[in-house]
Design a protein around this ligand. Sequence first.
Ligand SMILES: *Cc1c(COP(=O)(O)O)cnc(C)c1O
Length: 331
Amino acid sequence: MSAFGTVFMPKMAISWFDGTSWSEAEMVSSDSIQLHPGAHVLHYSSTCFEGLKAFRHEDGSTKIFRMDRNIVRFAQSSRLLALPEIDPDATAKMITDVVAHFADEVPAAPGSMYIRPTHIGTEAAIGKAAAPSTSSCQYVLLSPVGDYFAGGDACLRLLIEDDGMRCAAHMGMVKSGGNYASALQPIMNARAEFQADQVLFAPGGDVQETGAANFLLIDGDEIITKALDESFLHGVTRDSILTIARDLGMKVSERQLSVDELVERAAKPGCEAALSGTAAVLAPVGTLIYQGKELKVGSGSVGPTTVKLRQTLNDIQWGKAEDKHGWLTTV
Ligand SMILES: *Cc1c(COP(=O)(O)O)cnc(C)c1O
């Protein structure tokens, strides 16, 4: 099987902003794009993206999960990066059109079609280090993906980093390329030194998130996760899991979680922790590494609540449970 995100559909939807208006969206070859080498994005990282999925249902229909939320976030990221304003309806049409074009290629469960809208500053202006790009381009790439857990439900090892930050504090809620570049060295160091899978960034002891997923602590009937603020990415999966947890009668606590509290609670039998994001939905965390010591979260293996929450969300995505919150858009 190919690695996640390395196979692309041969066409993508694309639209250009020339400083005044957006061009009519087109379907073009997805293997290249022409940019001036001085394009703003290549020098000053004026770029943001989204990640969402389309699912094939048993009746043959194709549904996109929570597209509206991803488009709101795409527009917000664009605004925070001072990129040209997107038109949410036009972006929605680009997404549904390209998915409809490749509807026959959407993998059946447990696979799906990963959708990657991207917005970049294209103005050729290397003097604009402190000024926005007046022109831009948005495109929507598609990548078919298989079962994320095909290799089994391996529990993740997280290194708790209470010193460094994932990205600049005011950039946390922007889904922008520079943030991933800034988290790369800490993640590579954690892999080399501690065989950690990910870094759990907790600057000053405030548990935030990992490089590309939100963090949830599950203690019995309660889910604890950081309340929304501008320091971290507001995951659509996080919101979906919390909504499902409330539906199941669980207590949802969106609040500050300190490293001290996390370390103390995680050791209790029956405690669970998980990472949420579109790619994996909910991935169990088995081990935390803090101040050179390893501690197991609960039993150290995947817990029943993590499995139940993930299954409930998957069932809605694949049309096996009622979509009572109206999360699915038919293509
Ligand atoms: C994309 C992302 C998430 C997860 O967001 P979803 O909408 O659930 O996919 C969490 N943290 C970061 C840093 C991300 O880039």
